[in-house]
Design a protein around this ligand. Sequence first.
Ligand SMILES: [Zn+2]
Length: 140
Amino acid sequence: MAMNALIDCDATGQFIDVEYIQSYELHTYHLPCTIPVYNVDGTPNEAGHITEAIDLIICYKDHNEWSSFYVSSIGHKAIILGHLWLVKHNPEINWCTGEVSMTCCPESCGTTEQGICLTGSKPSGQAGSEQVRAVLTIST
Ligand SMILES: [Zn+2]
């Protein structure tokens, strides 16, 4: 599956659009407690509180990682990678071309180039997660 990944440094977490979950019938899990959601302008998000999350393998070029995403109504059938993701992976961003290079990743990130098996870095007993090939887009 391919999908758009929006890099948004104002976002507090990682999110995946609820319509995408529904259209591909992806398996989510319930969060132990709900998370209230507000839009950028401070109004409550129309999808309400977040009650579910999903673990996905995100592939971008030769970069792979397991990541958890909160299920919310973010539109565009996409995922949002927020500030925490930027801090963790510290990607090089060419702001002129929008090109993203994953050159400063922590060791927990796998790369197909080095032949690292991704399943090794995922907590055990959580097989069956979906794999998503991401197209990274910068939010300005
Ligand atoms: Zn990484």
